[in-house]
Design a binder for this molecule. Structure first.
Ligand code: ATP
Ligand code: MG
Length: 403
């Protein structure tokens, strides 16, 4: 099986990039003097700051015969040089750590409909998968917060069910909070296998049938659920590759994939964020959560993921006002969910989604609105602010809403 080939036209970081790409299963080649070495390339990385016209000449030579998706690296405040950049290309701001380069290229591959390499250096060679009829490229939404306990799982479960009610399409709820995720304790589904059960198998056994075995269905809604497993002791064995392969399969066979993530910046979570079509950043109206979210947004912008983030405010009626949150984060608030502790606890204890257990409550309306961000993506945000983030921590605690 062939590794995806990457042309590397960069200066300073070349060696660490080269090694990181090799470790991640890519086959990198250096472009040293502005000429493109022989061979056909699946992807390329070009540093726009390369001296003279090097960047432009590598770019032109590369695109001579066919379109190759390129990650263009730019210094802060530098414009893309003339002649570079098409719709297939993406931008990355420097400095770009080697791990981030790997995620970006994995994302480019997945978006281009290609298989991912595995850490062992071979393609994930599931023949059954590659010849299977493709239901269409599903839309993956990663629900994330750098802080624990802000409502990610509650939002994931209810948005998955609401989305299913709104569209009747195939929806997969993917529990990628490896080690601690608890989708199946909030949503009552019969447990089958989890991804942990595939962790010891080589990638060529990660077949369509194997992934299908890890799916269970929530009978009342028809939402399909895939989990990492149940035993935290097994969690270390679940690799980034396995999660990415599962997600690729999930996107091929479902119209929507809602991913519940771990709160943090571990490799698995970063991979789930990098390859998602959208990231729903869940924030509660508290200084700590906003501060952490601001830091995440800074990182997301550096990694080129800023444009796919939507902010969802949970427990929105208690705490800092939405306009202030929006200004602090430099993004509009796309949707809000009110607080309703008693109902949330009962629903979760019974294993029922709020949206079906309490369909008439405001919290269920709100959760439906979050789902409509996916099913009807042209809906208007709750606040309009998209200005650049302003320094806020000196004053934000002073203004709170009084709902
Ligand atoms: N809008 C809400 N109103 C009232 N209670 C809520 C709301 N959203 C979440 N909760 C409750 O808050 C608790 C934490 O929610 P949840 O488990 O969804 O957070 P999480 O971000 O997934 O946490 P973790 O980081 O631990 O995975 C749960 O008890 C849940 O029922
Ligand atoms: Mg959770």
């Amino acid at each position: 099986m062939e590794r995806p080939t990457v042309l590397l036209a960069v200066d300073g970081e070349a060696e660490s990039y080269f090694q990181a790409l090799e470790r991640a299963g890519f086959a990198p080649t250096r472009a040293t003097d502005g000429s493109v070495p022989d061979g056909s390339f699946d992807l390329a990385v070009i540093d726009c700051d390369l001296g003279g016209d090097l960047a432009a000449s590598v770019y032109a030579a590369l695109q001579e015969n066919r379109t190759v998706p390129v990650l263009l690296m730019l210094g802060d405040g530098i414009e893309v040089p003339a002649g570079l950049g098409t719709r297939a290309d993406e931008l990355a701001l420097k400095p770009l750590p080697p791990d981030a380069l790997v995620y970006r290229l994995q994302a480019l591959l997945i978006r281009g409909g290609r298989h991912l390499p595995t850490e062992s250096g071979a393609w994930a060679s599931d023949e059954g998968l590659s010849s299977a009829p493709i239901a269409g490229e599903g839309h993956a939404v990663s629900v994330f917060a750098p802080k624990g306990g802000v409502g990610k799982t509650t939002i994931c479960v209810n948005v998955a069910v609401a989305l299913r009610q709104q569209t009747r399409a195939e929806v997969l709820l993917f529990d990628a909070d490896v080690g601690v995720g608890n989708v199946t304790s909030v949503l009552d589904v019969p447990f089958r296998l989890g991804l942990a059960d595939l962790a010891d198998s080589p990638p060529d056994e990660w077949t369509e049938a194997a992934f299908e075995q890890c799916v269970t269905t929530h009978a009342a809604s028809g939402v399909r659920v895939m989990t990492w497993g149940t035993d935290p002791a097994e969690s270390e064995r679940i690799s980034v590759d396995l999660l990415l392969a599962a997600l690729r399969w999930a996107k091929q066979h479902h119209s929507y994939v809602i991913i519940d993530n771990h709160p943090g910046y571990d490799d698995r979570t970063m991979a789930m964020l990098a390859v998602a079509n959208e990231i729903f950043l869940v924030v509660t109206p508290e200084v700590g959560a906003i501060r952490n979210s601001s830091q995440f947004l800074e990182l997301a912008r550096k990694l080129g993921l800023g444009s796919v983030v939507k902010v969802i405010v949970n427990r929105a009626n208690h705490g800092i006002e939405l306009d202030d949150m929006s200004a602090s984060l430099g993004l509009p608030i796309s949707a809000t969910v009110v607080s309703n502790g008693p109902k949330a606890v009962i629903a979760s204890n019974e294993g029922h989604p709020l949206v079906t257990k309490y369909p008439k409550e405001r919290i269920s309306d709100d959760l439906h609105s979050v789902a409509r961000l996916i099913s009807a993506p042209d809906s208007q945000p709750v606040t309009q602010s998209g200005a650049s983030p302003r320094r806020w921590w000196g004053r934000i605690g002073e203004r709170t809403s009084h709902a």
